[in-house]
Ligand binder design. Structure first.
Ligand code: NAD
Ligand code: TDX
Length: 345
């Protein structure tokens, strides 16, 4: 039995890539729970991702900014109206490293300020469970050997990673000072359905499908530890139900690949030639390698990934191939019309 019998979940950033997958995971795995989704619908928020749950009893969407106490209170009101013990899962963030290199301030605003506003509001309501969804990037970059554990010192290298590390420290402080019952999760790179095609895997699939060049940064030998998004969502759910307050849980799949191998695997699956690959200028400050030691969440909460890369990468490629309309609407901006149609402007 879960230590806290949650009945309602407030999800922030539920219209984004991982947040929308988490909403779908909850609908499937906890069909009795009520869900409130608070999302500002930035360029990365897409209600097309949630068409299947729109109108469902026990689901409510609140358009709002986590930086606004008024918006957060509205979402908490909606969650309290559903009743029962409440848990909060905080996904909302600016999430793309390249954008943070262009301009760091929106990252400080959404990721740092937004997290503090949310913490204050949740604490004032006596929220009993809170999961802060963070990233392995807060640990910085690894050499050829070793893994990030929960004890690895924070050494973020991009403005994105620094803003996430700052938000982690604010959550930590809320736990330490106020006894606020939060957990922090730090996950490696996700892939799967509904990922905005600015990130490596969906960008490469979309470009290859149109015979466009596939831009690989630097020498293509930077390594990421890839995890299927459904596995991440199930890990977050385990932490929400049974994580120990004040603890950090790393989430990863022991699934390291250099970028160039991912790109070549995508081309091979789509039957496209390697000549589409174009090596381009490296990302400034580009972290060389991420790799997660996920022993703690395995030992304490019994979570480990269900999907192998060999099955889930082709699954993901097929999903994008089948969802040409979704992809087209994201790429030409039409996905933004959904909100106006559904909710009025
Ligand atoms: P995403 O960019 O796809 O989605 C972010 C969502 O948050 C969007 O729906 C957006 O509209 C919303 N949002 C942004 N600013 C907001 C604000 N101020 N108020 C309310 N909503 C706001 O991101 P993602 O890839 O789904 O990542 C979700 C979370 O998981 C982030 O916190 C990210 O740091 C973390 N994470 C992501 C990965 C990954 O590989 N994508 C890995 C580890 C951790
Ligand atoms: O066009 C590209 N070419 C390329 O070579 C892009 C977009 C990326 N890359 C490289 C950079 C990275 O080494 O691919 C790797 C993955 O890049 P991204 O998809 O941008 O992910 P990353 O920077 O690793 O960060 C992601 O994982 C951790 C998410 O975007 C973060 O939100 C998460 O915290």
């Amino acid at each position: 039995m879960p230590q806290t019998p949650i009945q309602t979940v407030l999800v922030t950033g539920g219209a984004g890539f991982i947040g929308s997958n988490f909403v779908h995971t909850l609908v499937e795995e906890r069909p009795d729970w009520r869900i409130v989704n608070l999302d500002a619908l930035t360029y990365a928020g897409n209600l097309d991702n949630l068409e299947a749950v729109e109108g469902r009893e026990g689901y409510a969407f609140v358009k709002g900014d986590v930086c606004s106490r008024e918006d957060v209170d509205r979402a908490l009101d909606a969650a309290e109206a559903f009743g029962g013990p409440l848990g909060v899962v905080h996904f909302a963030a600016e999430s793309h490293v390249d954008r943070s290199i262009e301009s760091g301030l929106p990252f400080v605003q959404a990721n740092v300020m937004g997290t503090q506003v949310l913490l204050d509001a949740c604490r004032a309501r006596g929220v009993g469970r809170f999961v802060h969804v963070s990233t392995d990037e807060v640990y910085g970059s690894l050499g050829k050997e070793g893994f990030f554990t929960e004890e690895t010192p924070l050494a973020p290298n991009s403005p994105y990673a620094a803003s996430k590390a700052a938000s982690d420290l604010l959550v930590r402080a809320a736990c330490h000072t106020h006894g606020f019952p939060a957990c922090i999760t730090r996950c490696s790179n996700n892939y799967g359905p509904y990922q905005f095609p600015e990130k490596l895997i969906p960008l490469m699939i979309a470009n290859a499908a149109e015979d466009k060049k596939l831009p690989v940064y630097g020498d293509g030998m930077n390594i990421r530890d890839w995890l299927y998004v459904r596995d991440h969502c199930e890990a977050v759910l385990r932490v929400l139900e049974d994580g120990r307050a004040g603890e950090v849980y790393n989430i990863g799949g022991h699934n390291e690949y250099p970028n160039i191998e991912i790109v070549k695997a995508i081309l091979a699956t789509l039957g496209k030639p390697d000549t589409l690959i174009e090596y381009v200028r490296d990302r400034p400050g580009h972290d060389r390698r991420y790799a997660i030691d996920a022993a703690k969440i395995d030992n304490e909460l019994g979570w480990r990934p269900r999907f192998t890369f060999e099955e889930a990468l082709p699954l993901t490629i097929r999903w994008y191939q089948a969802q040409t309309t979704w992809l087209q609407r994201v790429r030409d901006g039409a996905y933004r019309e959904y909100y106006a149609r559904q909710y009025g402007s």
